[in-house]
Design a protein around this ligand. Structure first.
Ligand code: ATP
Length: 299
């Protein structure tokens, strides 16, 4: 079931058209990656979903309700983590979440419970220090806890990993993966590796339009490459190069290009068996999100 339905959204700033008739349905219980280069319009679209920015045309339906600019009814279903979240530095994480819970209208008992639950979700439950001493990664995790305090159906994160080191990024991606069954995650990024690691679905925004969208694994499988890599002892590689003259050297093995990977794979296996050749590994070159992005944005 789609939890967010974006239909024919357009938005310009002066003469600059940032979004040009974009439509997409976002499915419940999945992680949706909104991918695009800097300035592609990701934040603009997120702000329109949040009712914080006026669209020029189109409609957005969120959990069955139409999003209206300036009205916050639909935001009860959303938790939002801006790209640079700001906090009161002299609070502890727990105190800060109690305050957020109060602003959201939770009762004292509910906010105490939710503050503890969300801190556990983001791995900050044992931290009693003031937020001022937090690393960027800890602040980002606290930002997620704050966005989840009212148990939203959707979490929108704007570039949540962009400013983090590898450990901080890994922590955030892990949290997003853990919560997706309860909270549909929409996150924007230009870090293709992060998107490939955790997104179920994605859409790539380029020149104001979605140039491609869909299930990530499906999109990558559709573009499966036609190169086979073989790693083997030197003697085997030499014999294979004689038998398959089209093979080229690659790293510590050989690469074989073929229109029919399966056929080549089986011919090669057969050849190795017949000649009693040992191979270490045989793999099909993987298409990455980076490859896909380059392909669809080059047009
Ligand atoms: N309030 C505004 N007034 C004028 N131009 C704006 C405004 N907000 C955004 N823009 C322009 O719209 C374009 C898209 O901006 P947006 O912030 O949505 O991109 P983004 O994909 O989120 O980029 P980034 O990854 O750098 O955050 C940019 O060229 C930006 O300068």
């Amino acid at each position: 079931m789609s939890i967010v339905d974006i239909q024919h959204i357009s938005k310009s700033f002066g003469s600059k058209q940032v979004l040009n008739d974009v439509s997409i349905k976002i499915e419940e219980g999945r992680i949706f990656g909104l991918i695009g280069q800097n300035g592609a319009g990701k934040t603009t679209l997120m702000k329109i979903i949040l009712g914080l920015l006026k669209k020029d045309a189109g409609d957005i339906t969120l959990v069955g309700e139409k999003v209206q600019f300036g009205q916050t009814v639909t935001n009860q279903a959303i938790g939002y983590l801006p790209d640079v979240p700001s906090f009161y530095p002299y609070y502890t994480a727990y105190e800060y979440l109690l305050l957020c819970g109060e602003i959201t209208g939770l009762s004292k008992k509910e906010r105490e419970l939710r503050a503890k639950e969300t801190l556990t979700q983001v791995g900050l439950e044992k931290n009693n220090k003031k937020i001022a001493s937090f690393s960027r990664g800890m602040k980002q995790r606290l930002g997620i806890a704050q966005a989840l305090i009212h148990k939203p159906k959707i979490l929108i994160c704007d570039e949540p990993t962009s400013a983090l080191d590898p450990n901080g990024r890994r922590d955030i991606l892990k949290i997003l993966q853990q919560i997706k069954h309860e909270t549909t995650v929409i996150f924007s990024t230009h870090l293709l590796n992060d998107a490939e690691n955790i997104c179920d679905d994605l859409a790539i925004l380029h020149n104001g339009s979605f140039v491609i969208s869909g299930d990530v694994q499906h999109l990558l499988n559709e573009r499966r490459k036609s190169t086979l890599f073989i790693e083997a002892p030197v003697q085997t590689l030499e014999k294979l190069k004689e038998a398959f003259p089209e093979a080229t050297d690659k790293n510590h093995g050989i690469a074989l290009h073929s229109a029919s990977i399966e056929k080549t794979q089986s011919t090669l296996f057969q050849y190795c068996l017949e000649h009693q050749l040992v191979i270490h590994s045989m793999s099909v070159e993987k298409t990455t999100l980076d490859d896909l992005f380059m392909e669809v944005t080059a047009k």
